[in-house]
Design a protein around this ligand. Structure first.
Ligand code: GDP
Ligand code: IMO
Ligand code: MG
Length: 431
């Protein structure tokens, strides 16, 4: 490596978890640096399925230490449920996980605020995990960090202030369901004890590891289209899901990053609300959803499906400085007679080659499609490009030519070994 960043190049659920698992085989440290339990990263090993929400997907391999950086927002209940589940499945999480003392915590009132907002007219289709309200408090300097729960007096003052500030919204829920100061403090006293052994100065650990030549893998959550700055605002998440977040969310300098790899499906999905110019026609969408099992790993919601979107991908390639791309779920397209690629958006007389910022422009955009013949054959057994049908190879070559980003790998099934590795320098699992 030594420092490699893996990010979602689309609107999330690209298959980051399975790629991070693949690359974790030779990693010393695997780091989550933004997002929270809104993420659902799936790893399938030997028929066993893991869905990781907060713990880095490197946890499945025994070699890597997992770090949760300052940029992540943590709901302690979800965190400990996940830790307990992984321990029950035989993973030694207690000796392999460190959590930044600077990470912000999701408190019960954040969940209520998220739900209340979603119930109103300005819903954006969040995962209702309290993500937006937790980051809002962080930026407003009202947040509660891991270090703060270890100091009960400080915590009491901070929570009391928040409950008072948020009373107009919190009072909308029945009295019995309203968060109470003493109950929160009692619960967080227990969390504080459980957190203690995991708490670390993650930035210092990372910098020391990089100095001594260790391999560090950064695992992005969500995707560039959901990035707070570069996504389809306001239909985005509340953190920097793009590669820049790896530095600010973990405490390393940009000079320490060697490589950035983007993950992209061979098509496109989106869950939640927001513009989706390359959305498939209903019949094709139903087929993609069924073949790709396109239901949210966190919420179970059906994902909307569309064709590969070049303006989004070009935007992603630049925002993240992509060195390579892993195309996932090629096998999902095996049943399609024709495959489309959205090469641009047409909005009146304006043609966009990159994702525009204006939501009203985006809403008026018509996709410009290029159509290619499908291959209508099973690709799941392919382990080299030569194993693929000619039309599948031509599709990948076309994506490569259009995006200008080298292909690092192509996945043809959800299991660890269902992969065509193209970049020999990737520190991946050897099959
Ligand atoms: P993430 O959030 O980016 O880690 O992605 P998710 O785990 O939310 O969604 C990706 C889904 O696609 C998961 O159910 C994976 O098991 C599955 N998956 C990943 N790669 C492939 C692939 O190449 N083919 C198929 N059919 N499924 C895949
Ligand atoms: P992974 O890491 C796909 C979407 C939500 C919603 C918007 C804001 O598995 O790729 P939030 O709860 O973050 O405030 O919701 O972002 N979203 C995701 N979509 N994959 C994810 O994570 C997502 N995390 C959030 O659906 O549209
Ligand atoms: Mg996911």
């Amino acid at each position: 490596m030594p420092a490699l960043v893996v990010i979602g190049a689309q609107w999330g659920d690209e298959g980051k978890g399975r790629v991070v698992d693949l690359l974790s085989a030779k990693a010393d440290l695997v780091v989550r640096y933004q997002g929270g339990a809104n993420a659902g990263h799936t790893v399938i090993v030997g028929g066993e399925k893991f869905i990781l929400h907060l713990i880095p997907s490197g946890v499945i391999h025994p070699n890597a230490t997992c770090l949760i950086g300052n940029g992540v927002v943590l709901d302690p209940k979800t965190l400990f449920d996940e830790i307990d589940d992984l321990i029950a499945r035989g993973l030694d999480v207690p000796n392999r996980l460190l959590i930044s003392e600077r990470a912000h915590l999701t408190l019960p009132y954040h969940l209520i605020m998220d739900k209340a907002r979603e119930a109103g007219t300005r819903s954006i289709g969040t995962t209702q995990r309290g993500i937006g309200p937790t980051y809002t408090d962080k930026i407003a300097r009202l947040g509660v960090r891991v270090a703060d729960v270890l100091d009960e007096e400080l915590l009491r003052g901070r929570v009391a202030q928040n409950l008072a500030d948020k009373a107009p919204v919190l009072n909308l829920v029945p009295e019995a369901d309203r968060p109470k100061l003493d109950e929160i403090l009692a619960t967080f006293r227990v969390y504080a004890e459980r957190l203690k052994p995991y708490v670390a100065d993650v930035s210092a650990v990372l910098n020391e590891a990089l100095r001594s030549g260790k391999n560090v893998l950064f695992e992005g959550a969500q995707g560039t289209g959901l990035d707070i700055d570069f996504g389809t605002y306001p239909y985005v998440t509340s953190s920097n899901a793009s590669a820049g977040g790896a530095c600010t969310g973990s405490g390393i300098g940009p000079t320490k990053i060697d490589r950035v790899i983007g993950i992209s499906k061979a098509y496109l999905t989106r869950v939640g609300l927001g513009p989706f110019p390359s959305k498939m026609e209903p019949e094709a969408e139903a087929l993609a959803r069924q073949r790709g099992n396109e239901y949210g790993a966190t919420t179970g919601r059906p994902r909307d499906c569309g064709w590969f979107d070049l303006p989004l991908m070009k935007h992603s390639a630049e925002i993240n400085g992509l060195d390579g791309v892993v195309i996932t779920k090629l096998d999902v397209l095996d049943a399609f007679a024709e495959i489309k690629v959205c090469v641009a958006y047409q909005c009146g007389d304006t043609r966009y080659d990159r994702l525009p910022a204006s939501l009203s422009q985006l809403a008026k955009c018509e996709p410009v499609f290029e159509t290619m013949p499908g291959w209508e054959a099973d690709t799941s057994a392919a382990r080299t490009l030569a194993d693929l049908p000619g039309n599948a190879r031509r599709y990948l070559e076309r994506l490569n030519a259009l995006t200008g980003v080298p292909l690092s790998a192509v996945s043809v099934g959800p299991s660890r070994e269902e992969i065509i590795l193209l970049d020999e320098t990737l520190p991946a699992y050897a099959f």
